[in-house]
Design a protein around this ligand. Structure first.
Ligand code: GLA
Length: 377
């Protein structure tokens, strides 16, 4: 299937790891619908690794763990669908999944048929224990074909962490998103490192196949499977803004049954989500400016209809001033145009003087603008 804007939803891995079950999924589905997350576009609920038994059945089919999922996966899918959500599951291109459960290697078509029968709408496909002889591109094409031929629209989410030159071949499979980097953990260093690694990969992002910077850590505060030391609410807001700005899928990873008001308000900022979901999916471009160091990054992205999204991200523990020259955006003085710039989180306007903007940022904070092209007064 083709997905035209970055997928959004929730995934069990970051917080729950192997500790998943039917009750958790039902409660999470309830909360996605009740909290307003679904209304903001988070419509895929995805169960990650550790959902099956360690052995296939006599027909070689995957078997949901009957202790975790006593009514089977069709019942889970039905519940999720009844809430207006779509249902996602997980498998792997290797013999085993990363956590050691059966993978789909040499079972691609039978597994795709099983997922279709259960009512699955999304498959995350990992890369652990894969063959050293068969290239990754063959393995992802295989499962892509199996899904395209299974009789159901199933979004294919590739997860080979950007290795084996994934960017050069992933679009030859039917993947709608591909993990462009390694696993996130709930630390500020992890956010910074993933953002930096993404820099060279922007040209590969675009409509129909999105660079997946990994699930969000917003609101985890150090709890759960990839918990570690956690981040502050400001850091989570900057992380969320950066992922949204760079057109990554937005897959929530915290326990949404127990979200703080700050977490919910970060995740449901509709103006930030609108930049992520802009139908043009234009490539973000780094602004050159004169930057202090790599900890202050700035991007712009042209939006459908003529607006420009502009983001300043202060990744450092110190205050910083971001600067922008309108020349870089294609608006030199000779055009007799300028920008009207409102910052989304604070609703403050930026002052533009001599085609130049300077914006103060607190430690770890960001500023994201939706700028409109207007006549020079
Ligand atoms: C890999 C993936 C993670 C998660 C785990 C599950 O590490 O990159 O996102 O799916 O496997 O075991």
């Amino acid at each position: 299937m083709v997905k035209l804007t970055p997928p959004m939803g929730w995934n069990s891995w970051n917080t729950f790891g192997a500790d998943i079950n039917e009750a958790l999924i039902f409660e999470t589905a309830d909360k996605m619908a009740e909290s307003g997350l679904l209304a903001c576009g988070y419509d895929y609920l995805v169960i990650d690794d550790c959902w099956s038994l360690k052995e296939r059945d006599e027909q070689d089919r995957l078997v949901p763990d009957p202790v975790k999922f006593p009514h089977g996966m069709k019942a889970v899918a039905d519940y999720v669908h009844a809430k207006g959500l779509k249902f996602g599951m997980y498998s792997c291109a290797g013999n085993l999944t990363c956590a050691g459960y059966p993978g789909s290697f040499e079972h691609e078509f039978i597994d795709a048929a099983t997922f279709a029968e259960w009512g699955v709408d999304f498959l995350k496909y990992d890369y652990c224990y894969h063959s050293n002889i068969i290239p990754g591109e063959y393995l992802y094409r295989r499962m892509g074909l199996a899904l395209e031929n299974c009789g159901r629209d199933i979004l294919f989410s590739a997860c080979s962490w950007g290795i084996d030159e994934t960017h050069t071949w992933i679009k030859t499979s039917s993947a709608s998103m591909w993990r462009s980097t390694g696993d996130i953990v709930d630390t500020w260093e992890s956010v910074k490192s993933l953002a930096a690694q993404q820099k060279a990969l922007h040209p590969y992002n675009g409509v129909g196949c999105f660079n997946d910077m990994d699930m969000l850590i917003v609101g985890m505060h150090g709890k759960g499977n990839v918990g570690f030391q956690g981040c502050s609410d400001i850091q989570y807001r900057t992380h969320f803004s950066l992922w949204a700005f760079l057109s990554s899928p937005l897959m929530i990873g915290c326990d949404i049954r127990d979200m703080s008001p700050e977490t919910l308000s970060t995740l449901t900022n509709r103006d930030i989500i609108a930049i992520n979901q802009d139908p043009g999916c234009r490539q973000p471009y780094p602004l050159q400016g004169i930057w202090r160091d790599d900890n202050l990054i700035a991007y712009a992205k042209n939006l459908t209809g003529g607006d420009i999204a502009i983001g300043f991200f202060n990744l450092s523990a110190d205050k910083a001033t971001a600067r922008l020259n309108l020349d870089e955006l294609g608006l030199p003085h000779s055009t007799h145009k300028t920008l009207s710039m409102k910052e989304i989180w604070t609703q403050k306007d930026a002052l533009i003087r001599n085609a130049h903007v300077a914006w103060e940022l607190e430690p770890y904070d960001c500023a994201v603008f939706r700028a409109k092209v207007v006549d020079l007064a």
